[in-house]
Design a protein around this ligand. Structure first.
Ligand SMILES: *Cc1c(COP(=O)(O)O)cnc(C)c1O
Length: 352
């Protein structure tokens, strides 16, 4: 597969901005930096951040057992995805494939980049309709966006189906693994180097508890990462984000313990919600949320809101009629939603 041929035309010959930190990196403590028009008085943030986030990438590379020159970081996955669209999609000419119900940003980003969207719905089991997806593909189909575990359904896709799509699709496959740390399935990072057209994205926003710092991670071949690096704004990940991410990631046990807690809570929620009469289905989840089918999602959403609980009403998404998406919270928070569901069902509450 020739990645260069897939690139958007203007990107093939793009000359990137060369920042002061690009032209001179490193140095010693005794050097003076008069190259970037910064304010010289130290306050922790007076200098521009490392444009390639070397310290943070080093740590991630170790943590994920993945080569650091195959990593690109962005201001959230949303920026990472936008950079990917800009690298490959010719506005007005090209198209992308998305598989509803799925993450809303894929379509928004297509709109922003003026790229057409082909939608191939997931099956009734929320699995991939491989033949239909391949049928819908044409010469201008540059990106296939797969989200596994999927948002808002919570399930992972069959490994076999994923492999078939990655092998057969003639463009770039973007596999969004935002929820992979909550899943028993392994990340595709392990196999990434078998597939030159595969991009895997992850984030610190979910399992790692850092939605506020905005850090998205993109793993791909060196060739793809080199292109994406040319497009990204030079200082797209700020100093505070880099520092906080390093600090949190160094505490290796933290995320691990929190993930275990969340999974335990997810199980507990699942068991208790089975007894709520107006919940007719709890979908299998490999993520930190549960999709549940109720009698009337809009009514229940409003009732929960009155009780001070905010859920996500997904009733207007394909295949999600009368579904609410519930994030797994702390034990205390989950108690609140359980009590709320019980009181709405006129079941005896366990609260004293
Ligand atoms: C939450 C989420 C993300 C994370 O996006 P960030 O911009 O990194 O916060 C990415 N993909 C999916 C499917 C998500 O649900």
């Amino acid at each position: 597969m020739d990645i260069q041929k897939l690139l958007r035309n203007n990107i093939k010959n793009l000359k990137p901005y060369s920042s002061a930190r690009d032209e001179f990196q490193g140095g010693t403590k005794t050097m003076v930096f008069l190259d970037a028009n910064e304010n010289p008085f130290e306050n922790g943030v007076n200098r521009y951040p490392d444009p390639y986030q070397n310290a943070l990438k080093g740590l991630l590379s170790e943590l994920k057992d993945f080569s650091r020159d195959q990593i690109l970081l962005g201001n959230g996955s949303d920026e990472v995805l936008d950079i990917i669209y800009r690298a490959f999609c010719e506005p007005k000419d090209d198209n992308i494939l998305i598989l509803p119900p799925t993450y809303g940003m894929y379509e928004v980003l297509a709109g922003i980049n003026d790229v057409a969207v082909k939608k191939i719905n997931l099956t009734s089991e929320f699995q991939l309709d491989v033949p239909k997806i391949l049928q819908a593909t044409d010469d201008h189909s540059k990106l296939l966006l797969l989200c596994s575990p999927n948002n808002p359904t919570g399930n992972s896709f069959s490994e076999k189906d994923l492999e078939k799509l990655i092998s057969k699709f003639k463009g770039i496959v973007v596999l969004d693994e935002a929820y992979i740390d909550f899943s028993e399935k392994e990340s595709w990072l392990k196999r990434l180097n078998e597939f030159p057209n595969l991009i895997v994205t992850q984030t610190l926003s979910k399992a790692y508890g850092m939605a506020g710092i905005r850090l998205g991670i993109c793993y791909a071949s060196k060739e793809i990462i080199t292109v994406l690096n040319r497009i990204k704004p030079p200082y797209n990940v700020n100093i505070l984000t880099q520092k906080k991410a390093i600090e949190q990631l160094q505490n290796k046990g933290l995320a691990h313990n929190q993930i275990n807690d969340i999974l335990e809570q997810r199980n507990h929620l699942k068991i208790v919600l089975k007894n709520i009469p107006f919940i007719s289905k709890i979908y299998p989840s490999d993520a930190n949320f549960l999709l549940v089918k109720v009698d009337d999602a809009t009514k229940r959403y409003q009732q929960l809101l009155k009780l001070g609980i905010v859920t996500r009403n997904r009733t207007n998404e394909v295949g999600c009629e009368n579904c609410l998406r519930l994030t797994v919270g702390t034990a205390e928070e989950n108690k609140r939603i359980i009590e709320a569901f019980k009181s709405l069902s006129n079941l005896k509450s366990s609260k004293k």
